[in-house]
Design a protein around this ligand. Structure first.
Ligand SMILES: NC(=O)c1ccc[n+]([C@@H]2O[C@H](COP(=O)([O-])OP(=O)(O)OC[C@H]3O[C@@H](n4cnc5c(N)ncnc54)[C@H](O)[C@@H]3O)[C@@H](O)[C@H]2O)c1
Length: 257
């Protein structure tokens, strides 16, 4: 566990974390590890029930959130602020994809991938950064993917969206550094979650997963608990001088200078 900061008290500007996709594979691990590091966590996901289930174990709250809908984003941030205080730690985990050759993708698919993976984090930060500016404190961690760093066959649009997240995060880091806000990107590689099982489902599932695993120097797929410590570190008080960085948690799959 990465309990780098210790507990925070009511009224402490560093107390409240807002995690999108918090009921998913990586999101749940992030919520649990943030709570273990002393944060009070708003678990935000499509289903309030699923979010509340994760929140119940960590003394947090669950809020419904659809990152593709600006009204839903505003409502989730408002509910969090009312019940816990304004979040100053925002972790964008919500994401979605399907494996498709580029020429089999169409406008609807492209729209959905960009709305969830790129416009989602943009919307969430537009709604949450003003309170961080006011607090003169903030930690933003956006989850992209190694696909956004080096490309990934059958994930053309998703890779473009995740590259967009990396560039977007760097610019947020530049614009908001003067307010004590750090913004960084964490890139998982293949990680054993419901999303990965869903996109690799089918008769070639075994061979796709075997090929993914073989490409990883550590020769195993990641787990959500392998990814979460990178997020919790970058969300910590200790990481305040680290901003605009892209950190892979992928068993060595991507090693870039
Ligand atoms: N699993 C992997 O191999 C892998 C690899 C690289 C990057 N990632 C990224 O990690 C993040 C987490 O993925 P995961 O593997 O844990 O997937 P997951 O499907 O287990 O979790 C994703 C969560 O996002 C939520 N979500 C989807 N659409 C949403 C929306 N419109 N609004 C709000 N929430 C929404 C889902 O309900 C789900 O709980 C994603 O951004 C994904 O792109 C995953």
């Amino acid at each position: 566990m990465t309990g780098v900061d210790g507990p925070t008290a009511d009224g402490d500007a560093r107390r409240v974390a807002f995690v999108t996709g918090g009921a998913g594979g990586i999101g749940t691990a992030v919520c649990r590890q943030l709570a273990a590091a002393g944060r009070t966590v708003a678990v935000a996901d499509l289903s309030r029930e699923a979010a509340e289930k994760v929140a119940a174990d960590i003394d947090g709250i669950g809020v419904p959130l659809d990152v593709t809908d600006p009204d839903s984003v505003a409502a989730a941030v408002a509910e969090t602020t009312e019940r816990l205080g304004a979040p100053t730690i925002v972790i964008n985990v919500a994401g979605w994809d399907e494996l498709k050759p580029f020429l089999e993708t169409d406008e609807d698919f492209t729209h959905k991938v960009l709305e969830i993976n790129l416009n989602g984090p943009i919307r969430v930060l537009r709604a949450t950064l003003p309170a961080m500016v006011e607090a003169r404190y903030g930690r933003v961690v956006n989850i992209a993917s190694d696909a956004g760093r080096v490309g990934s066959s059958m994930e053309s649009v998703y890779s473009g969206a995740k590259s967009g997240v990396i560039g977007f995060t760097k610019t947020i880091a530049r614009e908001f550094a003067k307010y004590g806000i750090a913004a960084n990107t964490v890139c998982p590689g293949p990680t054993d979650t419901p999303l990965l099982r869903q996109i690799t489902a089918g008769e070639r599932s075994g061979s796709i997963i075997a090929a993914m695993t073989k490409a990883v120097p550590m020769r195993r797929m990641g787990t959500p608990d392998d990814v979460a410590p990178a997020v919790v570190f970058l969300a910590s008080d200790a990481a305040g001088y680290i901003t605009g960085q892209t950190l892979s948690a992928s068993g060595g799959l991507t090693m870039s200078g």
